[in-house]
Design a protein around this ligand. Structure first.
Ligand code: C5P
Length: 222
């Protein structure tokens, strides 16, 4: 039986992660946070002293990632890399920036493809990232491109990091997000862009509940 896949792509701070988690929870589906794999590749490369211009080395790091997605006692995420809790490092903005550097390398993307597709298990999968609808799950039942204004995305990311006790300035964050979006959109492999058959969803000025409901309404139409 084909497993239903819902692909949610979009730029940083568009709310993909939050919406994907809510939708997966409501449907009882599995969740793939593909950005975490690029973030973990960057962290693992740093730990193993693999240079960020060593293409073969980075691809090997991506292929051999020993990662476990788990939850903590409060139900929040807990990510283990080779058995070590790296949850906090994964979410740092500096890790996001390094992730977008390794993500331009075709060999790294290729090394992560099968791992991402393995998340496709019954009863279904909600996958969030940049290329879920275009490359990883091109036959997804529903493809959504989630956007929000640049100011709102920076504000949301700022709040998210502050809530986690991380101190960053809003101005610096806005610049980082802009640089990352540009790199993600202009790279030659799997650039950030809506799939031709994606539905565009602008979350600016909308609550998490309302955006989640729109997605669930679209799922109900399938
Ligand atoms: O979504 P998140 O901020 O965790 O992603 C971190 C970086 O990983 C992105 O800026 C992007 O460069 C890369 N990425 C990607 N393809 C995906 C998910 C993330 O290239 N499917």
């Amino acid at each position: 039986m084909a497993v239903t896949v819902i692909a949610i792509d979009g730029p940083s701070g568009s709310g993909k992660g939050t919406i994907a988690r809510r939708v997966a929870g409501a449907l009882g589906f599995h969740l793939l946070d593909s950005g975490a794999l690029y973030r973990l590749t960057a962290i693992s490369a740093l730990k193993q002293n693999v240079a960020f211009d060593d293409v073969a080395g980075l691809a090997a790091v991506a292929r051999d990632l020993d990662v476990e997605f788990d939850s903590n006692d409060a139900g929040g995420e807990r990510i283990l890399l080779a058995g070590v809790d790296v949850t906090r490092d994964v979410r740092k903005e500096s890790t996001g920036a390094l992730a977008s550097k390794v993500a331009v390398i075709p060999e790294v993307r290729a090394a992560l493809i099968d791992r991402q597709r393995a998340f496709q298990r019954p009863p279904g999968l909600v996958a969030d990232g940049r290329d879920m609808g275009t490359q990883v799950f091109p036959s997804a039942a529903l493809k959504i491109f989630l956007t929000a204004s640049a100011e709102e995305r920076a504000r949301r990311r700022h709040k998210q990091l502050k809530d986690k006790g991380m101190d960053v300035s809003l101005a610096a964050l806005s610049r980082d997000i802009e640089v990352r979006d540009q790199r993600d959109s202009e790279r030659s492999v799997a650039p950030l862009k809506p799939a031709e058959d994606a539905r565009i969803l602008d979350s600016s000025g909308r609550s998490i509940e309302s955006v989640t409901q729109t997605v669930l309404d679209w799922v109900a139409e399938l």
